[in-house]
Design a protein around this ligand. Structure first.
Ligand code: SAH
Length: 350
């Protein structure tokens, strides 16, 4: 076994490792070294963001999707999925409620639903920004053309989340049908960056066929692409998908990877995701303690919340619910952190 401690120290100092060093870091862990990495990540996080936790109000705009990703519960082939699409006024109302609750970033996330044309989506973004000029608008609406991303950006969108899912082409092809390619995904990410969005990429931990060498490539990609945000969470099995027989990803691996990501990019906006909160009752808190600095509670209308079922057992109430932001704040206070009312943009440097 390789001693991972010198690699951890190198990463904390240089914010980069060679591909084979990432592999060694992932493949050689002891309970003691894991705790050491966590502490390095927490120190780095506190040096940049203090003990502030940024919150984002997540509005799941539609579960109608033209894509057929093998892992996803809202894939077009899942006939058992009860479909919905929020109206413009549903979305504006959810944002208004979120504003009152203290949210200053709204994330519009949805399947690739053709109803959300550039015309409708830009009008919606403009109205959101008119009503809440002090808020950031984040989009997570999948792959679109350069022109479309430009129109949405010009309408006022500030950030865009588009997970790269895996940085290995062969692995990508095992998770997606042939019409979806890693090349296109990465081109979208480059386009978004060029257009001046704060961009987020990311991947699932423990997705089917994932190997340590794939994760090492994910880390190298993130190091080089240097996104403002990065979303990672465990893969969680959904029985109505082709991956029904695969086990879910591991909580511990996700925590370990969050800490590595914090050291790769100290200023990263790094959420403790819903998927992490779903597989462990203290997932959100432990994610924050491992270096995460963002939580995205659900602001979608209660009537549709269960229907945006990317994976099974997705939590949607309790501290996951934007309406329970007080409860979330208390939970964060119990571990020495503080939910803040702020746009929560990425800091430029330490
Ligand atoms: N259509 C948008 C939003 C996708 S949903 C897009 O393409 O970007 C957001 C993320 O949920 C996906 O990027 C994927 O990484 C994650 N996800 C989907 N199915 C999942 C599952 N079964 N378990 C865990 N995460 C999942």
């Amino acid at each position: 076994m390789i001693d991972p401690i010198p690699l951890m120290e190198k990463l904390a100092r240089d914010h980069r490792l060679e591909l084979h060093e990432y592999e060694a870091l992932l493949g050689n862990r002891t309970p003691e070294s894991k705790e050491y990495l966590r502490r390095l990540a927490e120190e780095t996080r506190i040096a940049v963001y203090g003990r502030d936790v940024y919150i984002r109000g997540l509005i799941e705009t539609t579960n109608i999707c033209k894509n057929d990703c093998y892992y996803c519960g809202i894939r077009r082939s899942n006939a058992g999925c009860s479909r919905y699409r929020l109206t413009r006024s549903d979305i504006l109302e959810a944002a208004g409620e979120g504003y009152t609750l203290g949210f200053r970033t709204f994330v519009l996330q949805g399947g690739e639903d053709g109803w959300f044309t550039d015309e409708r989506t830009t009008a919606l973004i403009r109205e959101l920004k008119r009503r809440h000029p002090d808020c950031a608008v984040t989009l997570s609406l999948g792959e679109r053309s350069y022109e479309s991303y430009r129109a949405l950006r010009e309408a006022g969108a500030d950030r865009y989340l588009l997970r790269h899912e895996t940085a290995d082409e062969e692995h990508y092809a095992k998770l997606h049908p042939a019409e979806l390619t890693l090349q296109n995904r990465m081109e979208c990410l480059r386009n978004l960056k060029e257009l001046g969005y704060q961009v987020g990429c990311g991947f699932m931990v423990g997705s089917p066929y994932q190997e340590v060498r794939h994760l090492a490539k994910d880390l190298k990609y993130i190091e080089e692409f240097s996104p403002a945000m990065c979303g990672i969470g465990p893969f969680i099995t959904h029985k109505a998908t082709p991956f029904a027989a695969f086990p879910s990803g591991s909580f511990e691996d996700t925590i370990y990877l969050l800490s590595i990501l914090r050291l790769i990019k100290p200023t990263l906006l790094l959420p403790a995701t819903t998927a992490l909160g779903t597989i462990h009752p203290k997932g959100r808190e432990m994610g924050i303690l491992a270096g995460a600095n963002v939580v995205m509670p659900n602001l979608s209308p209660l009537s549709v919340r269960k229907k945006y079922e990317l994976y099974e057992g997705k939590i949607a109430t309790g501290e996951e619910s934007a309406q329970s932001v007080r409860l979330l704040a208390e939970r964060m206070e119990s571990i020495g952190y503080k939910v803040v009312t702020a746009r929560g943009d990425a800091k430029q440097s330490i």
